[in-house]
Write a protein that binds this ligand. Structure first.
Ligand SMILES: [Zn+2]
Length: 256
């Protein structure tokens, strides 16, 4: 049976809802307005904003809100979709990659970061940002974090820095597999779970067991969840190709 379909996604959300978890966005988490056990649903919109909108509509119909981090590059920055997602009650933030786009030029990257946040703010409120992990680039966008004055910019947090301080389980669908540390070069954060979750069904099964009463952050990439067969197959082939490249990079960089 295919995994990473919208049908499976709805099943996952229903299981979480029925298990008594409260859903929060990053703004709530950073503002301390949360009740345990909680789920923070975070979406990095790396490509295909239409899939993000479909996901946002599904969540809205189930009374769930999530945080959508948008890149501002061509093909992803879609003002109408961004406004629509925000109007559905979701949080929108900036998925920044200024340092890798500007080939490591710190000064220019800081300027561009501010301009892009402002550009998004012309459309929707922006209170949190998240880093786009570019595994194939030699420039790590996280390097901007200590150089940015977040409070001056009106930004209350960056998930990368907050997750390590909280008592939560971080799960991501990066690499079309759950909780896959090995292929997750740059989106990696230290809070991980000991049990192996390889499929969404295993995650669903774990909700009432190993994961019951656990606070969680789910980082889900909307473009990977597809019902139509052709885009789904394309996604699978592309992801396998990227994973093999990432695997080689990890071997080179970390000697694993
Ligand atoms: Zn990303």
């Amino acid at each position: 049976m295919r995994d990473f379909t919208r049908k499976k996604y709805i099943e996952l959300l229903s299981t979480l809802l029925n298990s008594g978890f409260e859903f929060y966005v990053l703004e709530d988490l950073c503002g301390g307005k949360i009740k345990e056990p909680y789920i923070v649903l975070r979406h990095d919109v790396d490509r295909n904003p239409k899939n993000a909108l479909r996901m946002a509509m599904i969540e809205n119909s189930m009374g769930i809100k999530a945080t959508y981090y948008f890149r501002t590059v061509k093909g992803v920055f879609d003002p109408e979709i961004i406004k629509k997602i925000s109007s559905l009650g979701h949080e929108v933030g900036y998925h920044y990659e200024d340092l890798s786009i500007l080939n490591g030029d710190i000064e220019e990257a800081l300027k561009s970061f501010k301009q892009n946040v402002e550009m998004l703010r012309q459309l929707v409120p922006v209170n949190t940002v998240s880093m786009h992990g570019k595994p194939l680039s030699k420039y790590d966008n996280r390097k901007l974090i200590p150089l940015l004055n977040f409070s001056e910019l009106g930004i209350i947090c960056e998930p990368y820095t907050i997750v390590e301080k909280l008592n939560l389980v971080y799960l991501t669908d990066t690499g079309r597999s759950w909780n896959n540390r090995l292929v997750n070069v740059r989106d990696l954060v230290s809070a991980t779970l000991d049990i192996k979750i390889k499929s969404t069904q295993q995650l669903i099964n774990a909700v009432g067991k190993e994961l019951s009463e656990m606070n969680m952050m789910l980082n889900i990439h909307p473009e990977r969840w597809e019902d139509a067969v052709l885009p789904w197959v394309w996604n699978l082939i592309w992801q396998r190709f990227k994973n093999s490249i990432k695997y080689m990079l990890i071997k080179v960089n970390y000697g694993r």
